[in-house]
Design a protein around this ligand. Structure first.
Ligand SMILES: Cc1cc2nc3c(=O)[nH]c(=O)nc-3n(C[C@H](O)[C@H](O)[C@H](O)COP(=O)(O)OP(=O)(O)OC[C@H]3O[C@@H](n4cnc5c(N)ncnc54)[C@H](O)[C@@H]3O)c2cc1C
Length: 320
């Protein structure tokens, strides 16, 4: 849409240039469709355009993967089959594509929208939030007076459309640690309708130290993470009890994409599926990642990672 209050578009990555009435512009898929940042009705005067930042989208090293805030969903989707990660024993890469696919988006949105824009929009169904929180990523944030801080992505989002950014702060990058990328992973997603927005998206990890990490997103207003030490792994009943303790009723999201009661029930169900997959199945590492939910056909002609898509829920779910 036309944003007819905009007086100028300023190409910059300097938070020092931010002033009231400004918004950072990344892919623009929120700003040009809603006409403002989510949850704000204040007319904007300037867009601070990150389009010419020139930040490398992805940087891979032995310590993990750094994603620039400006990395697009399309660039992220290409990563697991790219030379940049060839030879890395990082099973965590298997959840990258299912998370991108959870962003059921048109060609334009897919190619323009950015990891940073998705995280900063902070919707419960933000699949880049799911990915980054599920893999213990940290966000690097630049402040207006030359400061810099890092925050775990699981804490970055604080509510539906809310996050920890102060006015003018800029999300610069997101670091995914090699330790989490090296873990066995499990992924479950459900939507109420075919090609619908995620109603529940859970990522599980079995870390090298034997600990289990379960990250709940989309079902809840903000990410919720449960961590179990190797010496204290839960059975089905203990896991359900831990989910009940960690997620109070009012934290389940309530909108057209799912009632809180349904999101609660699906969270318990998918959490148990993940627990069973990671703890009860033999750790052969040979089986394909099981993915639930409905997805678009593949977005790229490049080879697909080993992924089996299946429906885990009611008749509302359609096998992809
Ligand atoms: C058809 C359609 C379907 C969609 N489906 C989904 C969905 O399923 N799930 C979902 O989460 N979203 C969805 N969205 C919303 C949106 O497209 C995504 O959240 C997208 O990832 C936003 O990224 P962007 O780069 O386009 O952000 P922009 O529109 O450029 O910016 C979004 C917000 O983030 C701020 N921002 C951007 N980058 C930074 C940064 N580096 N630092 C600080 N602030 C920043 C901007 O100021 C703005 O407030 C959908 C949108 C459309 C149009």
């Amino acid at each position: 849409m036309d944003m007819n209050t905009i007086e100028s578009v300023v190409p910059t990555t300097d938070p020092g240039q931010w002033r009231e009435g400004d918004a950072w512009l990344a892919g623009g898929t929120v700003l040009f469709s809603y006409g403002s940042p989510v949850g704000s009705e204040e007319p904007l005067k300037r867009l601070l355009d990150l389009g010419q930042a020139g930040w490398p989208a992805v940087t891979v090293s032995d310590s993990g993967i750094e994603l620039a805030a400006t990395c697009t969903v399309a660039e992220l989707y290409a990563l697991p089959v790219s030379d940049a990660v060839a030879g890395r024993n990082w099973p965590g890469l298997d959840v990258f594509r299912p998370c991108c696919d959870s962003f059921v988006a048109s060609f334009k949105v897919w190619n323009m929208s950015t990891v940073g824009g998705n995280v900063c929009t902070s919707l419960p169904a933000g699949p880049m939030i799911s990915l980054c929180a599920g893999l213990d990523a940290r966000a690097t944030i630049l402040g207006r007076h030359g400061s810099s801080r890092t925050v775990p992505v699981v804490e970055f989002v604080t509510g539906d459309g809310k996050n920890c950014l102060a006015p003018g702060e800029l999300l610069r990058s997101i670091q995914l640690p090699a330790s989490a990328l090296s873990a066995r992973v499990a992924f479950r997603r459900l939507s109420l309708s075919n090609l619908g927005r995620s109603g529940a998206l859970l990522i599980g990890r079995l870390d090298a130290d034997g600990g289990l990490v379960l990250t709940v997103t989309a079902a809840t207003k903000r990410p919720v993470q449960l961590r179990f030490a190797a010496a204290d792994l839960p059975d089905a009943e203990q896991l359900a009890a831990a989910v009940e303790r960690s997620i109070p009723t009012e934290l389940y999201h309530d909108d057209i994409h799912g009632l809180p009661e349904w999101r609660h029930d699906m969270t318990i169900r998918l959490a148990e599926e993940i627990r069973a997959e990671l703890l009860d199945a033999p750790a052969s590492g040979g089986g394909p990642l099981v993915v639930s939910g409905d997805f678009w056909p593949p977005h790229a002609t490049s080879p697909q990672p080993s992924t089996q898509v299946r429906s885990t829920n009611t008749e509302q779910q359609k096998e992809a």
